[in-house]
Design a protein around this ligand. Structure first.
Ligand code: CTP
Length: 373
């Protein structure tokens, strides 16, 4: 029985980066032997075990054979006679297909180290096709290592294109796609993720609404600014969809199974973008501003409104800046209306609602006129 450190940990160690998770592969062992050593099995389908103390993952060396489309339809073959090289062969990229023995010796049958040095993301073998999610993973590694100069090599890009053309990406379940998108949004250069997906044709399948050049470049520019502002996942996602029509964009966010906060912020961004563009820069309408604040449910969701303002500041063209400031100002003054005081004055039920609205409108109007004077 031999144990090896594999995958991301070996790659990151060679790149001189901090190693986060350590994955291990065990050659020459049976599940029974692992259980006898105190390991616990994770799930029933895969021969993966957790170390009793470190809780790190130990996988029995395995090979996988594909039977159907997408992620489903794999047959995992794991037995003590599966070699380390066979296990590494089924991995996605050469830089992820290196192993280090407990004695410190590097196993690198597919020249991962050479590709690390050449800054190339290259598939190990045609086994890459076993899992179309690898297209998204490759794009994500391109986004992570872009600052180090990494690129997807021509052969791998070609392979990814052929997988897209064969319809493989359509078979991915939304949960796995969202998981990759969500991670990619926080990589070093998230825009690269979408650029690579666009280059290989996968973006046209996953988010076809971003296909028009104008939508794509607006998405990338906005995303880069939200990234620089250290925005949340919801803000990053919303910036991506900023240029889309609200119904189509909302339907896409839902189809991607983005979490509710991401869907809602994206929807508001798509509603606010044209609304702000249409405002009169010299004389914004107080009633329109108030309606927008109500639509954003500002008083119940102030944090979300702050996120919305950040997305809009990052995605709208500079010509809209003054209008955005007017909206921000309107939010500030309208928030000073205290419903409790109006209740003390005897307003109740529908009348209270009307009084709050009238007072908010008056304060927005006042703020606008003092802004103009
Ligand atoms: N792997 C693969 N194909 C996949 C998922 C994983 O070949 N679809 C292999 C790669 O060898 C990868 C290893 O399993 O290095 C571990 O996967 P994971 O933890 O997801 O990736 P890491 O490379 O460790 O990347 P990260 O730094 O994001 O954890």
């Amino acid at each position: 029985m031999q144990t090896y450190l594999v995958g991301g940990a070996v790659r990151d160690e060679l790149l001189g980066l901090k190693v986060k998770d350590r994955d291990w592969v065990v050659v020459g062992a049976t599940p029974e032997q692992m259980l006898a050593r105190g390991f616990t099995q994770v799930g029933s389908d895969f021969p993966v075990f957790l170390h009793p103390k470190t809780h790190e993952e130990y996988a029995l060396a395995r090979t996988e054979r594909k039977q159907g489309h997408g992620y489903h339809g794999f047959s995992v073959y794991s037995a003590p006679d599966v070699t380390l090289e066979e296990d590494l062969l089924r991995r996605d990229l050469t830089i992820n297909a290196m192993a280090r023995s407990e004695q410190g010796e590097l196993s690198d049958p597919f020249d991962g180290r050479k590709d690390l040095e050449a800054r190339e993301l290259r598939h190990v073998s045609m086994a890459f096709k076993e899992d179309p999610l690898r297209i998204l993973r490759t794009a994500r590694f391109a986004a992570r290592f872009q600052p180090l100069g990494f690129r997807v090599c021509a052969e791998t890009m070609e392979l990814m294109r052929s997988m897209v053309a064969e319809g493989e990406v359509e078979h991915l379940v939304p949960e796995r796609v969202w998981q990759e998108i969500q991670r990619a949004l926080h990589e070093n250069n998230p825009a690269t993720f979408f650029q690579v997906l666009r280059d290989c044709g996968a973006l046209a399948v996953l988010i076809p609404e971003l296909s028009p050049e104008a939508h794509f470049s607006a998405a990338i520019a906005g995303l880069q600014r939200v990234h620089a502002s250290n925005g949340s996942t919801a803000e990053r996602f919303a910036s991506l969809l900023c240029a889309l029509d609200e119904p189509a964009g909302t339907a896409r966010a839902k189809a991607l199974k983005a979490p509710n906060d991401c869907q809602q912020l994206a929807r508001l961004t798509m509603i606010f973008t044209p609304a702000i563009q249409q405002l009169d820069p010299l004389q914004p309408d107080a009633g329109v501003l108030l309606k927008l604040l109500e639509k954003a449910d500002l008083w119940r969701r102030p944090e979300r409104f702050a996120q919305l303002l950040n997305v809009l500041a990052c995605t709208l063209e500079p010509a809209n800046r003054a209008k955005l400031e007017a909206l921000q100002n309107a939010a500030k003054v309208a928030s000073t209306v205290d419903p409790k005081i109006l209740m003390e004055q005897g307003f109740l039920g529908k009348e209270l609602g009307d009084a709050i609205r009238t007072e908010r409108l008056a304060r927005i109007n006042q703020a606008l006129s003092s802004l103009l004077s």
